[in-house]
Design a protein around this ligand. Structure first.
Ligand SMILES: [Zn+2]
Length: 358
């Protein structure tokens, strides 16, 4: 096979054959399809290089006698060819699974041919899914290169959140898309918001005597503490109290916080979150219903998304609300040292000091 195509590797040729089956390279079908995907320039360039079979996988390098070992750089004991990096690599699949865990359905394919065939099909009516898939591949390859260069890699949830921050900004700026289709909930532990975002966790507690408290904590994409508050009050209805906790956020929003690209507000009260999400959906992201419209902070930011969080993902806010049964308090990053030790250690536990990609 190689004698007809000097300079091309077997892996490159195999990829080209699959491409040719799915796209007519003669008509530049692949490239015009790529163009229609409206990917970020860097991501598009990467897929363009893929079409030229010029991504230097370990098999590619071995075929050029530049490397002895052609197995996956991430440590799967499999040949690192195009099919492996685009479809099979377990680290690639780990990123998809992370997104699926957040409620974003991204398909897993069984072969390169299956992948291209389906991506082409899906792109006809669900561009977003294809954009996310293509972007996962880009970031996954970047991560793989970090290992190759002896650096540490980013955990899959950071890569997944970077993928989202790139694709969401690009394609679906509207509130409703962000809130209802993407980023549902983490099941395991508190998860930082996408790059340049802020997350606000809210909770309320209520005793049988009507003693009540609401609390919240603001953190950035690394889990860095921004501020925490808790307020003691008297109340009888937990759902109203939880809604009140969300509305109280506006009292703590500072003008500089508008620089965050998006804000995720999480509460573990699913009824309240469903109520807000449904209202947003019905109004296509336009706040018509009184309670949230009155909560000015929603209009202060580019994007505000309301998500349900499992209790174990809402620990700090839960502690704030519990402390509120005793007294009211407010801390910002300047007064972090005065925060009660239990809370400080919880915040440190959920700190994610990983660099994010540009
Ligand atoms: Zn692998």
């Amino acid at each position: 096979m190689q004698k007809f195509y000097p300079g091309r590797t077997v892996s490159g040729l195999a990829f080209e054959q699959v491409l040719r089956r799915r796209f007519s390279l003669i008509d530049d079908d692949y490239y015009s399809w790529l163009n229609k995907l409206k990917l970020r320039k860097k991501v598009e360039m990467f897929w363009w290089r893929l079409g030229n079979s010029s991504i230097p996988t370990n098999l590619y390098l071995k075929n050029r006698k530049l490397l002895d070992n052609d197995s996956c750089a991430r440590g799967c004991v499999l040949v690192e060819n195009y099919e492996h990096i685009i479809v099979q690599c377990k680290y690639f699949i780990e990123i998809i699974n992370q997104l699926v865990g957040w409620g974003i359905s991204i398909p897993i394919f069984h072969s390169l041919d299956h992948c291209l065939k389906e991506l082409k099909k899906i792109s006809a009516n669900n561009l977003g899914t294809v954009q996310i898939y293509c972007t996962i591949f880009f970031f996954s390859w970047k991560n793989r290169n970090e290992i190759k260069h002896g650096k540490t890699t980013l955990p899959s949830y950071v890569v997944a959140s970077n993928v989202l921050s790139v694709t969401i900004n690009k394609t679906s700026p509207s509130l409703s898309n962000w809130s209802t289709n993407l980023l549902r909930q983490s099941h395991v532990s508190w998860c930082p918001p996408p790059k340049e975002g802020m997350k606000i966790n809210i909770d309320a507690s209520l005793t049988t005597s009507g003693l009540a408290g609401i609390g919240g904590v603001f953190r950035d994409c690394n889990g860095r503490f921004i501020l925490a508050f808790w307020e003691k009050m008297m109340h009888w209805d937990i759902a109203q109290l939880e809604m009140g906790a969300i509305l109280s956020v506006k009292d703590y929003v500072k003008s500089w916080m508008r620089d965050y690209k998006g804000v995720i507000v999480e509460s573990d009260n699913i009824n309240v979150i469903n109520y807000i999400q449904n209202s947003l959906e019905q109004n296509k992201g336009i706040m018509k219903f009184n309670l949230v419209r009155d909560s000015l902070f929603v209009n202060d930011f580019n994007k505000v998304v309301f998500l349900h969080a499992y209790r174990k993902c809402n620990k700090v806010a839960n502690l704030c609300a519990t402390m509120a049964l005793e007294n009211s308090f407010y801390f910002d990053s300047f007064s972090f040292d005065d925060i009660p030790p239990l809370m400080a250690s919880l915040i440190k536990e959920e700190y994610h000091p990983f660099d994010v990609y540009n």
